[in-house]
Write a protein that binds this ligand. Structure first.
Ligand code: MG
Length: 394
């Protein structure tokens, strides 16, 4: 059995020594395994730093204590690592995937993504739109420009596979055409990614359900009373109150969330252990050919789905959040139209990126989308104000 700093690695874990490698071969690094190197490259990337100023649910300027994409990514990494270790999965790979999973997010969260998607579809109906997972892959494969020998971060196959959580069939076919058997392949054969990738996907869900309750209450848009309708959370609130009858509001909230997180983490560990024992995969590749193995128990899966629905109804579709979302869409749409019609309106810092007017429409639209997707919330707002004179947010 192989070991790494976190503990014993299981046979079904991804092993850096048997990685499918990087797109551009590189010599190994003394003292660091290949997945550590991936993680380090992500931490030093520009796209990762930008996550500090990108919206999770609440816009960055709405308050200093709300989650941003950066703190969300750190929480996903924490949750994923605490599950990876007892299961014998590779913690460095898990950390790399978790830290990189959202680097393709546009400013203003899902509102920005929807707006860019509409813009691309309007210009080229039926052609590729905008998907944030696909964009995360573009960032790490292509858009980060910091190494002399290659574009992107040249991460291992395993890290890239984990970042591309979802992918449309059209984009999977595009990837497969240039890189047969690569990270697009599993969407065509409908097989699973590595167990580390499966874990990060679930850790993402655990993280946002928990922190959106916290941010929702902090913003005043959700109340603890309302949360009594959210079963999984309420069970832990009742238990917390039973153990600490005089606990004041904020602390009761934190304690309930803490207990809920802990219950979900232990549930994933237990349920995944059972599935691993049933299917007994002997390698990472064998695990890819099995049904998803990193999962909640059926009861917890239902509870988590219920929580997601609760948050969607009461927080994400709250009129106040919706109002911000509508204006955010307008900002992104406005920027896209302007840059696309008049490339000379791009800021000076981006003139090297001004699309070649002779390039095909599809390529020009994609370049503008890449540029906007990389923006932080406040840069996008500043640009929108510079170009339109309108101030949509105070
Ligand atoms: Mg996420």
């Amino acid at each position: 059995m192989n070991t790494h700093h976190g503990g014993a690695l299981a046979a079904y874990a991804s092993q850096p020594e048997s990685s499918r490698g990087r797109r551009h071969p590189e010599p190994t690094s003394p003292g660091r395994n290949e997945f550590q190197r991936d993680r380090d490259r992500i931490v030093h990337s520009t796209a990762f730093r930008r996550l500090v100023y990108k919206t999770q649910v609440f816009l960055n300027h709405e308050g200093d204590l709300f989650r941003t994409r950066m703190t969300h990514s750190l929480e996903v990494a924490q949750i994923a690592r605490s599950i990876a270790r007892p299961l014998g999965l590779h913690e460095d790979l898990v950390e790399a995937i978790a830290l990189a999973h959202d680097v393709g997010h546009t400013p203003f969260g899902h509102a920005g993504q929807d707006a860019l998607n509409d813009c691309l579809h309007r210009i080229q109906p039926g052609r590729e739109g905008f998907e944030h997972n696909f964009q995360s892959l573009r960032v790490i494969d292509l858009l980060e420009a910091r190494y002399p020998q290659f574009d992107g971060l040249n991460l291992t196959f395993e890290a890239r596979e984990g970042v591309l959580k979802h992918c449309s069939q059209a984009n999977a076919r595009r990837l497969e055409a240039v890189d047969p058997g690569g990270v697009g392949h599993r969407f065509l054969t409908r097989t699973q990614p590595s167990l580390e990738a499966q874990l990060c996907n679930l850790a993402d869900e655990i993280a946002y359900n928990a922190h959106d309750i916290d941010d929702g209450v902090r913003s005043g848009l959700l109340s603890i009373e309302q949360l009594q309708a959210a079963g999984v959370f309420d069970r832990h609130r009742i238990e917390s109150l039973r153990d600490h009858p005089t606990l004041p509001g904020r602390r009761l909230l934190f304690e309930s969330i803490r207990r809920m997180l802990s219950a979900q983490i232990h549930d994933v560990i237990d349920s995944t252990r059972r599935l691993l024992a049933d299917h007994a995969p002997q390698s990472a590749d064998q695990a890819r050919g099995l049904p998803p193995l990193v999962s909640f128990s059926p009861g917890m899966a239902a509870g988590s789905a219920e929580l997601k629905l609760f948050l969607s109804r009461h927080l994400y579709r709250h009129p106040q959040v919706q109002g911000t979302t509508d204006r955010a869409r307008e900002v992104v749409r406005g920027l896209f139209e302007r840059y696309f019609e008049e490339p000379e309106s791009l800021p000076e810092s981006a003139t090297s990126r001004a699309p070649d007017p002779q390039a095909p429409v599809r390529q020009r639209a994609r370049e503008v989308a890449d540029y906007i997707a990389g923006m932080t919330d406040r840069f996008a707002l500043r640009e929108h104000e510079r170009l339109t004179g309108q101030r949509l947010f105070d």
